[in-house]
Design a protein around this ligand. Structure first.
Ligand SMILES: *Cc1c(COP(=O)(O)O)cnc(C)c1O
Length: 394
């Protein structure tokens, strides 16, 4: 069925638009690297892009295309480009949009590897970058240079849960002719649709909420216009970071429950955030569903819900963080996020252990900061688990 004018939940279930002569209710896994042409003429038409026929899986594959159509429909874009990972999506965007002598402005709290590859490797090819706290819009305005080409935003940011005003970013991007890119991994299109707020490109690590079951690594880029879509797809094909048909099948299966997974997880997150805010050993809690969040109003306006990620600070600092990690039993001590299972992580001793103290302070990563990705277990069990682990914290 055509889901162009349906609600979000109907898009989740029927948005792939797949139909075949056998009446398959689910999209089959087309595990084929290459596709036969009916004739030399048909092959020629495929290569000219006139027939829409499949040629070779790195260029396109029916199972992958269903997922690309689903995510593009949910984000409200022209088309989607499946990639082997979130980093595959990020590199596709960087490589397609930046040339020697160009400049990119980005959020200082972006996903670590997004920044590392820019500063350590794209710099080798003459790309300049500036990282600022994009939650303060004037910081972006002040960073624009004549050679700025891309404005790259991640909101909410990791692990500070800081929020950037996407509409204000779109105005700056328009004024200066920049391409605005948003990493929407933390919200998923269920909670935030940046293209509707003026962005040009949205990307995801599908490893997180979109798939939601901690069993694959994958990425997706969605372009607003046909021109941008073609540019990005041809770059993904050249880079060779395509998604795999079998993985696509798993992601399609996971994506169908995105709405009910997030609804449940954020109900749990709200209860847990309120519990933590009252706990004597907790210094502060950052969650967009709490009035204490500095951008509570902006979150309400820009997002359809506060999401399932909480950051909180322990009064006991570094040792307290480690003690908590070693004593949780229901939540799993692991990086990543956005799955059905609750995952807990201590950035100071784990993901951000190699960041210098000065940079940690700048990015708001304190020694006692804990990042919690809330799953869909019973909230009471998660709270009881935190309670017994916090008892052991000094
Ligand atoms: C995990 C993550 C990525 C990278 O995705 P991979 O699938 O691990 O390559 C990018 N951005 C954000 C916000 C992430 O959380």
């Amino acid at each position: 069925m055509n889901t162009n004018n349906t609600g979000f939940n109907t898009k989740l279930i029927h948005g792939g638009g797949y139909k075949d002569k056998l009446g398959s209710v689910n999209v089959p896994i087309f595990q084929s690297s290459t596709f036969e042409f009916e004739s030399a003429e048909e092959g020629a038409r495929c290569f000219l892009g006139e027939s829409g026929g499949y040629i070779y899986t790195r260029l396109g594959n029916p199972t992958i295309n269903v997922l690309e159509n689903m995510v593009a429909g949910l984000e409200g874009g022209f088309g989607g480009i499946g990639t082997s990972s979130g980093m595959g999506a990020i590199n596709t965007v960087y490589m397609a949009l930046l040339s020697k002598g160009d400049h990119i402005i980005s959020s200082d709290a972006v996903y670590g590897p997004s920044r590392v590859i820019m500063e350590e490797h794209y710099s080798r090819f003459g790309v300049e970058s500036t990282y600022v706290k994009t939650a303060v819009i004037d910081n972006i305005k002040n960073a624009v240079k004549p050679n700025t080409k891309v404005l790259y935003i991640e909101t909410p940011a990791n692990p500070t849960i800081e929020i950037t005003d996407l509409k204000a970013c779109a105005e700056i991007a328009k004024e200066h002719g920049l391409v605005q890119v948003v990493d929407n991994t933390f919200s998923s299109p269920y909670l935030q649709r940046p293209l509707e707020l003026g962005a040009d490109v949205v990307l995801h690590s599908m490893t997180k909420f979109i798939n939601g079951h901690a069993d694959i690594v994958g990425g997706m880029v969605v372009a607003k216009t046909e021109g941008m879509y073609k540019k990005l797809r041809s770059m993904m094909i050249s880079l060779g970071c395509n998604l795999d048909p079998h993985q696509s099948y798993l992601v399609i299966r996971g994506l169908k429950t995105l709405a009910i997974r997030i609804e449940r997880a954020q109900q749990n997150a709200q209860k847990i955030a309120e519990y933590l805010e009252k706990h004597p050993k907790v210094d502060w809690v950052r969650y967009p569903g709490l009035r204490s969040h500095p951008q509570y109003g902006l979150a309400k306006k820009q997002m359809d819900g506060p999401g399932a990620l909480i950051s909180f600070g322990l009064k006991g600092g570094f040792e307290a963080g480690k003690t908590l990690m070693n004593n949780v039993k229901v939540s799993i001590l692991a990086v990543s996020l956005g799955g059905v299972e609750s995952l807990i992580e201590h950035p100071a001793s784990m993901t951000h252990s190699k960041v210098t103290p000065a940079d940690k302070q700048k990015a708001g990563i304190t020694d006692g900061l804990v990042r919690y990705s809330v799953g869909i277990e019973d909230a009471e069990d998660l709270i009881k688990d935190l309670e017994q682990a916090l008892e052991k914290v000094k």
